[in-house]
Ligand binder design. Structure first.
Ligand code: LMR
Length: 397
């Protein structure tokens, strides 16, 4: 048997499988509420105006595409640290650019494994499928803890009770805002309780910041992260520029480690650069440079923030409209929880059979766990979804 003929293709995760299935569907009215991308009223995922302006500027001014260092552009790192933390973290920070948020998660976990080979990775139930998949690929043990309560809100008490079993030096993946897939976020007092437990037990947070600006605001969405950064000696952050800058395919990411002092930060920076070198050598630059150009220029930055604010308001309005349409279509308050959640996603509480019914009969694609990308709805597709859900609920309870 030849080498590659031994291979079995691993099954793609549910989100990727759905993207493939949707691409193969030729029904003209098909509606993609699977993968998390923002869509405008016309159903497009727009290039943000500040991004287009930054790219035009870069095209006119850029004289070389020679290599940068293994960490990427230091100006990108400084700009992202400011965006995430609100101020420079000084000499306690180590950071490198990565290919997207997934690249940041991978490098962050690889760093944890390097520092503590026995560390287990704690992930809430439910979470984005790639969290556990990356940890597993790295050969790290994955432990699941409760997160989402039956009422559609984060159940911080259950989460904290179960994290009581974690060992010092274990890493816990937290969603900064816009929890994926549930839209249920921790509130300020719950973040404070997380900080207390992590400090008491020596747990390391890995905060995934993929939707900054889509929840309550650019600053508000990192308030929990900032609290942890102020309270804990060590914090890991995996940030993505995909959604907040609409730079999905450009792969903009950053892993940031806040360390216990400058000496640890220098060693950690070296470790992160070495991990970059061995995984892909130099991180991609184009999207990172777009982000830097925007964040460093007050006019572009204000324009970017205004457009992001408008996107957030649109998603909020879609949430409210969907809850209202479902109230009307089902004659129940079953879906009212949608308005209390934040960001692109919510779990609609549909069975896999109901989700399949939506796909087969209405060409509406949701992830089989019932996750809907609310940010993918339009004024046309929203009523269609409400009617289809009401029908599926009536048919199957
Ligand atoms: C999602 O959850 O749909 C996005 O984060 C895209 C992805 O890579 O899965």
């Amino acid at each position: 048997m030849t080498l590659f003929s031994r291979l079995e293709a691993p099954a793609p995760d549910a989100i990727i499988a759905l993207m493939q299935r949707f691409a193969a569907d030729d029904r003209p009215h098909r509606v993609d509420l699977g993968v998390g991308v923002y869509r405008d009223a016309a159903g497009r995922t727009p290039v943000m105006a500040a991004v287009a302006a930054a790219e035009a500027r870069m095209l006119a001014a850029q004289e070389t595409k020679g290599y940068l260092g293994l960490a990427g552009d230091p100006r990108f790192i400084a700009a992202m640290e400011g965006l995430l933390l609100g101020a420079s973290p000084g000499d306690r920070a180590a950071a490198v650019a990565t290919p997207g948020g997934s690249g940041a998660i991978r490098q962050a976990l690889a760093l944890v494994r390097m520092a503590n080979p026995g560390a287990e990775v704690w992930i809430g139930r439910p979470s984005w499928p790639n969290h556990a998949a990356i940890a597993d690929e790295l050969g790290m043990g994955v432990r699941l803890h409760s997160y989402l309560g039956a009422d559609g809100r984060a159940d911080a008490a259950a989460m904290l009770a179960e994290l009581g079993q974690a060992r010092a030096g274990d890493v816990v993946v937290l969603h900064a805002s816009c929890h994926n897939p549930s839209g249920a976020d921790l509130d300020a007092s719950e973040w404070a309780a997380v900080a207390d437990l992590f400090a008491a037990r020596g747990l390391l947070p890995l905060v995934d910041v993929a939707y900054q600006g889509f929840g309550d605001g650019v600053e508000e969405d990192v308030a929990g992260l900032r609290l942890l950064a102020a309270r804990l000696p060590e914090v890991l952050v995996a940030a993505s520029g995909s959604k907040s800058f609409g730079l999905y395919r450009e792969r903009v990411g950053l892993v940031l480690a806040l360390c216990d002092g400058g000496r640890a930060a220098r060693a950690t920076g070296g470790a992160l650069q070495s991990l970059n070198r061995k995984n892909f050598a130099f991180p991609p630059d184009h999207g990172a440079r777009v982000v830097t150009t925007i964040l460093e220029d007050p006019v572009l930055r204000a324009d970017w923030q205004a457009e992001l604010d408008a996107m957030r308001h649109r998603v909020r309005d879609l949430r409210a409209a969907l809850a209202a349409a479902l109230r009307e279509a089902t004659g129940t308050a079953r879906f009212d929880f949608l308005t209390g959640q934040r960001g692109m996603f919510s779990l609609l509480g549909l069975s896999p059979a109901q989700v399949e019914r939506l796909r087969a009969e209405h060409a509406i694609y949701l992830v089989p766990d019932g996750r809907a990308n609310i940010a993918g709805l339009s004024e046309t597709t929203l009523p269609q979804l409400a009617v289809a859900i009401a029908e599926a609920v009536r048919a199957e309870g």
